[in-house]
Design a protein around this ligand. Structure first.
Ligand code: 3PY
Length: 245
């Protein structure tokens, strides 16, 4: 039985003034102990957020694939663990679009993070054109194709985030979400076997909010959510945590 997992992605938002939100969200996480909750914040906020979050894991939104070296402005997995991060998002569609990251780049980052003991949330998702062309499952399958045979839910989570649903308020139909999550689960089984397919959680992301969370979280093969804007305040994020509990 997979526990539900609700992760917040603060993107490029959050100064120390927002640490009160981290504390309130962590309070709700401990009140709803049947659900796993984490917050992925900007690099600069990881250490103070860890101090404010108690036992709730705090993570990053990117990591470099190399362990160290001449990579100006980048962060290694060891640096993240040293700040207290417990997880990292890789392959988010905003990084694929803004930083031209490929599925290969995302996977190299995932392996570096795994090597440093970080839990990895690997994102995948199609564009609106790809969806309209009926290519959703093929695109997502390519984005997760590098998953190795020893993949396991202990260190890997998948987040399915249709790119056209991010920050737009649009979401796929419930049937579409369930079908894509089912296809991802089947692909996990093909790539890494039954144990991987049974243990790796598949989160839905893209305009999940307090109004639609309960319905999406009830769908088969939806094991939680990766939440953008609605994770920035306890007022909006806590009802999503409660919907998963
Ligand atoms: C969103 O819901 O906006 C996200 O991109 C979460 O990662």
């Amino acid at each position: 039985m997979r526990r539900k997992f609700i992760a917040g992605n603060w993107k490029m938002n959050g100064l120390k003034a927002q640490l009160g939100e981290v504390e309130s969200i962590a309070g709700a996480a401990s009140d709803n102990s049947g659900v796993d909750v984490a917050l992925c914040v900007p690099f600069t906020l990881i250490a103070p957020a860890v101090a404010a979050a108690g036992s709730m894991p705090v993570g990053a939104q990117d990591v470099h694939a190399a362990q160290s070296g001449a990579h100006t402005g980048c962060i290694s997995a060891a640096m993240l663990t040293e700040t207290g991060a417990g997880l990292v998002i890789v392959g988010h569609s905003e990084r694929r679009a803004d930083q031209c990251e490929s599925s290969g780049d995302a996977w190299a980052k995932a392996l570096a993070a795994r090597g440093a003991g970080l839990h990895v949330i690997l994102c995948c998702g199609e564009t609106e054109e790809e969806r309209d062309a009926g290519q959703t499952e093929a695109v997502v399958a390519e984005q997760i194709a590098a998953i190795p045979g020893d993949a396991h839910g202990d260190w890997l989570t998948i987040a399915y985030e249709p790119r056209w649903a991010i920050g737009t308020g649009k979401t796929p139909t419930e049937d579409e979400i369930a079908a894509t999550h089912g296809a991802i689960r089947a692909k996990l089984g093909e790539l890494a076997g039954k144990e991987a397919a049974d243990t790796i959680r598949i989160l839905y992301g893209g305009s999940m909010n307090p109004a639609n969370a309960a319905a999406i979280l009830a769908l088969s093969d939806v094991d939680g959510g990766l939440i953008g804007g609605a994770s920035l305040t306890a007022e909006k994020f806590v009802p999503i945590i409660e919907a998963a509990a």
